[in-house]
Design a protein around this ligand. Structure first.
Ligand SMILES: Cc1cc2nc3c(=O)[nH]c(=O)nc-3n(C[C@H](O)[C@H](O)[C@H](O)COP(=O)(O)O)c2cc1C
Length: 213
C-alpha cells in the first residue's frame, strides 16, 4: 500500500502528536465583544477541526485590554473570557485537532478600527458607536526599530516606562498559567516583547514566538 503523502502523516512535537501536518494559521475575525468570543468563533474554528486539520490556531488574543488591535479582538484579561476559549479548545480536541492559542500584544499597532469601519485609527466616529479610542503603547527597552506610528495610518504610540512593564509582569504570570491549560500549543505574537517572560510557566507543549515589528 502507498504511504500517505508527508502532509498527512502524523507529527510528534515534544509531548504533542498531531494527526497530520496541516496547521490552520491565526486569522483575526474582529468579531469579539469586549474580548469575549462567541458562536462565530466556535463555528469558524470548529469547522477546521471537523475538516481534519492537525493544529487549529485561534486568532491573536490580547493579554491586556490595550493590547488589542481593534474593539473586535479577543482577549484573555478577564475571567469571563475563559469559557468561550475553553469551548473552542474542547471542541477541537473532541474532533481530533490540537487546539492552539495565539497570544498577542498589538503594542503600537493597537487602537485601530475594525476593517469594515475603515481600518484607520479610532476616532470620533467610533466614539459615537460606543467604541472608545485608546492610545497604543510602545516602550523604550525593547522599542521597535521604527520609532513612532507603525504605519502612516496608525496612531502615535505612547512610550511606556519600566514601572508599567513591571506592573504587567507581576499580574500576568499566574493568571495566564491557570487560563491556558485547555490549549496545548501556543504562539506568541507581540509588537512589544515585555509580556513574554510571563508565559514561561504556562503548561504547554509547543511555543512559537514571533515578534511583529
Ligand atoms: C483575515 C486574516 C486574518 C489574519 N489574522 C492573523 C492573526 O490574528 N495573527 C497572525 O499572526 N496572523 C494573522 N494573519 C496572517 C495569517 O495567519 C497567515 O500567516 C498569512 O495569511 C500568510 O499565510 P498565507 O500565505 O497562507 O495566506 C491573518 C491573515 C488573514 C488573511
Amino acid at each position: 500500500m502507498t504511504a500517505a503523502p508527508h502532509l498527512f502523516q502524523p507529527l510528534k512535537l515534544r509531548g504533542l502528536e498531531t494527526r497530520n501536518r496541516v496547521v490552520i494559521s491565526p486569522m483575526c475575525q474582529y468579531s469579539a465583544h469586549e474580548g469575549h468570543i462567541d458562536d462565530w468563533h466556535l463555528v469558524h474554528l470548529g469547522r477546521f477541526a471537523i475538516g481534519g486539520a492537525g493544529i487549529v490556531f485561534t486568532e491573536a488574543t490580547a493579554v491586556q485590554k490595550r493590547g488589542r488591535i481593534t474593539h473586535g479582538c479577543p482577549g484573555l484579561w478577564a475571567d469571563s473570557q475563559i469559557p468561550g476559549h475553553a469551548l473552542v479548545a474542547q471542541f477541537a480536541l473532541r474532533n481530533g485537532a490540537i487546539p492552539a492559542i495565539q497570544l498577542g500584544h498589538a503594542g503600537r499597532k493597537g487602537g485601530m478600527q475594525r476593517p469594515w469601519f475603515g481600518n484607520g485609527p479610532l476616532d470620533q466616529t467610533d466614539t459615537k458607536r460606543g467604541d472608545m479610542p485608546w492610545t497604543p503603547v510602545d516602550h523604550p527597552p525593547y522599542q521597535s526599530p521604527r520609532i513612532g506610528p507603525s504605519h502612516t495610518n496608525c496612531q502615535k504610540p505612547r512610550l511606556t516606562n519600566l514601572s508599567m512593564i513591571m506592573r504587567l509582569l507581576r499580574v500576568a504570570p499566574s493568571p495566564l498559567a491557570i487560563r491556558l491549560p485547555r490549549f496545548t500549543a501556543l504562539m506568541v505574537i507581540s509588537c512589544i516583547a515585555f509580556f513574554l517572560p510571563s508565559l514561561i510557566n504556562a503548561p504547554i507543549d509547543m511555543a512559537v514566538i514571533c515578534l511583529d515589528v
